[in-house]
Ligand binder design. Structure first.
Ligand code: SAM
Length: 335
């Protein structure tokens, strides 16, 4: 292990010395602050000023088959996250942090895995077809998947599967779906990049499943929690107890488990996290006016949280629809 850490540091130092010899870029080559930029994060991170980011906080694609990650293989997903983490080392300030919000597991189809066999007793079958749903949508064009689920008295997953053939909750019910712990992967990629696991918190979402008609064909749990992995770039960390009120320290600042309701049904983004999540991390780990980065910005939640906490932000997302939404943003007026 020690050899790994040393070689990671040497590698990092070598990278730094190579980069230092490159002529400085003109200012317009860098991403402007308080803006959400359109593009692939693995390319745009090269356009962030070195040693400028106090905190980078993001929730990447989870490899669950959402629209913005369709067609991506597990190998491509690993490459995306590994490269993104690696590109943080030069842009974080010394003593700065990278926080990754992700579910601890990810499910993906593995045709080599023995099929999980089950005899299911008393299963309720939904005979809803794509055509049935489309007819209702024709009558009620404003219906979202939750309205449709309520109309058909089924789960929103059933609606999603019928309409898009996808499976937004990761397909744990399928017979050849493997469950993969991702924390170890993130830790390994971060360490290779000279970033050290500093902390991790558990985000317990509301029991959203209470309202869901989700039914699994297995005894596997429906996870209502995710993690926040906190990585540290070596350097001095300013400890300022005044960042939070006394009762905030007691309630969440010093606590490992955070109970925060997830974002319910919305038509803006299929994977928004609650503003409270980045807001807490920003208040805990940065000072006013610091720059906060979210390179998978989605609907702009981190930008809202940064402004609310009097910090600056830089955002990146590859989907023009989300960038427009986040930049124009009804949500900026709602914090
Ligand atoms: C889990 S969502 C983030 C949601 C966000 N935290 C919010 O509250 O709205 C992941 C986002 O990453 C974006 N994304 C996926 N791959 C990307 C890439 N290579 N470069 C930039 N953005 C990407 C997707 O478009 C999606 O909006």
């Amino acid at each position: 292990m020690e050899r790994n850490i040393a070689s990671a540091t040497n590698q990092h130092e070598t990278q730094n010395s190579i980069v230092k010899k490159v002529a400085p870029k003109p200012d317009d080559a860098y991403l402007s602050i308080n803006t959400i930029h359109l593009g692939d994060t693995t390319l745009l991170l090269d356009k962030v000023h070195r040693e400028s980011i106090a905190l980078s906080i993001w929730s990447p694609p989870y490899n669950l088959g959402k629209n913005y990650e369709l067609g991506m293989t597990f190998e491509q997903w690993q490459e995306l996250i590994r490269t993104t983490i690696c590109k943080h080392t030069p842009i974080l300030i010394s003593g700065g942090f990278l926080v990754i919000n992700i579910a601890d597991i990810l499910c993906f189809k593995d045709k080599d895995m023995p099929r999980i066999q089950a005899e299911t007793i008393g299963r309720r079958k939904y005979n809803i077809t794509k055509k049935d749903i489309e007819e209702v949508l024709y009558e009620h064009p404003s219906y979202n998947k939750y309205d449709l689920a309520s109309y058909f008295n089924c789960s929103e997953q059933t609606i999603d599967r019928r309409l898009h053939g996808n499976n937004i909750r990761g397909g744990k019910y399928e017979t050849q779906t493997r469950v993969k712990l991702v924390g170890g992967l993130l830790e390994e990629w971060a360490l290779d990049s000279g970033l050290y696991l500093y902390d991790r918190r558990i985000w317990v979402k509301d029991p959203a499943w209470q309202n869901s008609k989700w039914a699994s064909l297995s005894y596997r749990a429906v996870d209502e929690f995710e993690y926040l992995y906190v990585f540290w770039k070596p350097g001095i960390v300013k400890h300022n107890r005044k960042r939070l009120e006394a009762q905030e320290w007691t309630k969440w600042g010093s606590r490992a488990v955070w109970n925060i309701a997830s974002v319910k049904s919305n038509d803006c983004h299929e994977a928004m996290f609650p503003i409270e999540l980045p807001y807490r991390m920003i208040r805990l780990l940065t000072e006013p006016n610091d720059i906060v980065l979210d390179c998978f910005m989605g609907s702009g939640s981190t930008a809202v949280a940064a402004l609310k906490a009097n910090r600056r932000y830089i955002g990146i997302d590859k989907e023009a629809e989300y960038v427009n939404l986040a930049n124009s943003r009804w949500i900026f007026r709602t914090y």
